[in-house]
Write a protein that binds this ligand. Structure first.
Ligand SMILES: Cc1cc2nc3c(=O)[nH]c(=O)nc-3n(C[C@H](O)[C@H](O)[C@H](O)COP(=O)(O)OP(=O)(O)OC[C@H]3O[C@@H](n4cnc5c(N)ncnc54)[C@H](O)[C@@H]3O)c2cc1C
Length: 390
């Protein structure tokens, strides 16, 4: 196993770095730096710039579908450089979730209809998996689709739907056979958000943001041609998608960027007249997090190296998810500690230095990391069963 980057990979890193430096609009960079949510147009603007660079908006896409055809290592470098350069994370639902499912299980007509518009950022997708009572235990979902002629009639409710207020399309898991065993009677449907009978209701989270929604379906008509794969076999698509959802989830680049920010803030904030970064307790916690981050990076590179040798990513993705999200949360906690009382008014205009604005909101927002994408408790169960064989 060789964890060093090759000359070609280092050259690729320089190319991505230069592109992000030159192409990323400063307004977007500023918002990311200050932990402010981007609007729909800003997300799409960045995605379009990447698209125009040669399909870079689909880092994991093969050339066949218009992507750059990068190796797992190149994808890793790309995501790290984007994060370090202050770019926003690509909204994953179209690019990283539904697109791989359509590539693997969709028919040619579906591939031609949907994939180009996902890559070029013409259509925004959201994910309709979770329901009240069906989150970790996804297979107990109850949203019902009944076939009538060449249409499905969909009724039910999805929840925790991220950014669905912007979406043109939603991919949903629906129950098509209530008699079958839980996993067997589920289908994977692509639903136009403009369909009559869909209602999107905001859920405002602790940080005051409207990032998630409830979505209600009342007699929504979906053409049968929008079924991906076979009826009642949607669980296969669901599991395949979840595998993709967890790839690159460690967020090493973001953690590095935020750790550097924590150091910068701690160098200017003071405790008893000395820079906070010189405080032994603060410095020790900073060092502990930095060491954990270095260890996680090596673990991530080991997983990538196995992937490059065509060994499918296995349960180690769960380790990356647990540790990566814990570290991002820990860093946000450190920053909160560093800005001290300036963090208290966490909504609206705040007194204090610019680096303190939005930090509390960001801290509260990041509590989601250990829940979505499969909660960390569930990931720990996977590690216990599949790796430790407990
Ligand atoms: C901000 C945010 C955005 C999200 N975006 C989306 C989205 O866009 N689309 C979408 O479909 N979903 C989305 N989700 C939903 C997310 O995937 C679920 O919240 C997650 O799967 C957990 O499900 P739950 O909330 O129903 O919790 P539950 O499954 O009810 O779990 C509650 C608690 O019990 C623990 N637990 C449950 N079962 C076990 C077990 N067997 N062993 C040990 N512990 C267990 C869980 O880890 C958790 O701590 C989002 C969630 C959040 C918070």
């Amino acid at each position: 196993m060789n964890l060093d980057f090759t000359d070609a990979e280092n050259a690729f890193r320089a190319e991505v770095r230069a592109f992000v430096r030159d192409a990323l609009p400063p307004a977007i960079r500023d918002k990311v730096a200050n932990g402010i949510h981007l609007c729909r147009d800003e997300h799409l603007q960045w995605q379009r710039l990447l698209y125009e660079r040669g399909g870079w908006s689909g880092p994991g896409w093969p050339k066949e579908f218009g992507g750059p055809g990068w190796s797992p290592v190149e994808q890793y470098i790309f995501e790290e450089e984007c994060a370090l350069g202050g770019a926003p994370r690509l909204v994953p639902f179209g690019i990283k979730m539904v697109a791989p499912v359509i590539m693997a299980f969709g028919n040619r007509q579906q591939q031609e209809r949907f994939l180009p518009k996902i890559l070029s950022a013409e259509e925004w997708w959201c994910q309709g998996y979770s329901e009240p009572g069906a989150g970790s235990d996804l297979a107990s979902l109850r949203t019902r689709a009944i076939r009538r002629g060449d249409k499905y009639i969909v009724n039910g409710q999805k929840t925790w739907n991220t950014l669905g207020q912007h979406a043109d399309w939603i991919f949903c898991l629906v129950r098509t056979d209530p008699e079958a065993k839980a996993q067997r009677g589920i289908s994977f449907l692509l639903i136009d958000m403009k369909s009559p009978g869909i209602a999107v209701r905001p859920i405002v989270t602790l940080d005051g943001a409207h990032e998630v929604n409830e979505i209600w379906f009342e007699d929504v008509e979906v053409p049968v041609e929008n079924l991906v794969g076979e009826e009642n076999k949607g669980w296969t698509c669901a599991k395949f998608l979840l595998g993709h959802e967890r790839s690159n989830i460690a967020g090493i680049g973001i953690a590095k960027r935020e750790l550097a920010r924590a150091k910068r803030i701690a160098a200017v904030e003071t405790k008893r007249g000395r820079p906070l970064i010189e405080d032994p307790l603060f410095a020790a916690r900073l060092a502990e997090i930095e060491i954990d981050l270095m260890a996680l990076e090596i673990t991530n590179l080991r997983a990538l190296s196995a992937e490059a040798e065509n060994k499918a990513p296995g349960p180690e993705a769960s380790i990356l998810k647990i540790k990566g999200t814990e570290l991002q949360q820990a860093i946000s906690e450190l920053i909160l500690q560093a800005v001290g009382p300036y963090a208290l008014p966490f909504m609206g205009a705040a007194p204090g230095p610019a680096h303190a604005a939005n930090r509390a909101a960001q801290y509260l927002n990041l509590r989601k990391l250990s829940i979505y994408g499969g909660s960390n408790e569930i990931q720990k169960n996977i590690v216990a069963q599949m790796i430790l064989e407990l």
